[in-house]
Each structure stands twice: as C-alpha cells, then as structure tokens.
Design a protein around this ligand. Sequence first.
Ligand SMILES: Cc1cc2nc3c(=O)[nH]c(=O)nc-3n(C[C@H](O)[C@H](O)[C@H](O)COP(=O)(O)O)c2cc1C
Length: 196
Amino acid sequence: MDRFQKEITVSKAILERRSIRRFKPDRLTKEQITYLLNLACAAPSAKNSQPWRFVVVMDEQERERICDAMEQGLKRFDGRVGSAWHSLSIMRQAPVNIFIFASGIRDIRLERTILDTVNDMACAQSIGACIENMLLAATGIGLGSLWICDIFYAYEELMQYFGKDETLVAAVSLGIPDEAPGMRPRKPLEEIVEWR
Ligand SMILES: Cc1cc2nc3c(=O)[nH]c(=O)nc-3n(C[C@H](O)[C@H](O)[C@H](O)COP(=O)(O)O)c2cc1C
C-alpha cells in the first residue's frame, strides 16, 4: 500500500480532486486499483455494514460489452439524456471502470416502505463515503476519476448484464488524467448554511 503513498494532505486531495472526463490510454495496474479499493473500504458505514461490492473492469472487450449494454438502455430515452451519452463515451475510453453495487439497497424498481427508505438512505450514504474515499485516494496517487450515476438510465440492461443480486448504485471511471480542469464553482456558505 505504502508504495503509492505520496505526501499529500487530506485537505489537498479534497481541493485538488476534479471530475476528469478525458483519460490517457495508459493502462492502470491491479496493484493501483487494489490500493484504491482498500482505502475506499476504510470508509465509515451505517452499523459497519460495509454494503459496497465492486466489479472492476480492466479488460477492453468486457468494457465494450458493458458499454454496449448501457447504450441499449440509453436508446430507450430517445435523445433526452444527452449527458448520459457523454458519460458513456467517457466510460468507453477509460482504462478502468469500477461498478459499485450495494448489498443492502433494494432494487430501485421495487416498492418501498418508509423503513426500507430509511435503510436505503443509510446504505446510500455509506456507499457515497466509500466512493469519495476512492476518488480522493485516486487524486493522491495522480489518477483522475469520474463518479457516474448516468448508469441508472440503463439500469435494466446493466442489471441484466451483470446478473448479480446486489443493486447497482454507481460507476467510477479511472485513468491518468488528460485534462486539468479548474475547480467547478461552489455555492458560498452564506447561501447554504443556517447557523443557530
Ligand atoms: C452522485 C454523483 C453522480 C455523478 N454522476 C455523473 C455522471 O453520470 N456523469 C458525469 O459526467 N459526472 C457525474 N458526476 C460528476 C459531477 O458532475 C461533478 O462532481 C460536479 O459537476 C462537480 O465537479 P467536480 O467533481 O470537478 O468538483 C457525478 C457526481 C456525483 C457526486
């Protein structure tokens, strides 16, 4: 693990992370991805449930098959999901895509009770913490990342393709950045914080 560690503070990683939408073609190593996954799994989770599950796609042909399945799903939306097509093109050129599944979240197509929703919210927050850890760890070792929820537009097709019991909740594309965007605008605290 230490092999990749650089002297980068947490606040520096937080401030330097960007959504990267253009990657160099260089392949990443299994070791690098294992490093990221270990840090991702160090995230807190509701009742320490650790609901995250990962499918790491590094093989080009497998990536194409998955992206083809996503394309089928996007076609159902008839041009109304422009940003999702962009996400798909990024996934097609990313050397690594990690698909994140949650073992505790009900399939999004199912009805929910309030208690199910409470459980799913806690589970989703746990997964969010895990993904953010992964992105910050990637920044720390000079990798670019993109958190992708546009996969939901092809939920049927992707769930069918993966054939897993767990619920697909996100994808993360990873690679060496081929762009260096500045920080995207943030709302000022005055607009979003109420002090009491
Ligand atoms: C839950 C979540 C889902 C996202 N889904 C997508 C996506 O499907 N496609 C995409 O290009 N960016 C996606 N993003 C990236 C956001 O657009 C990005 O974080 C935001 O514009 C701020 O830019 P920054 O990450 O560079 O700070 C997602 C981010 C989050 C947290």
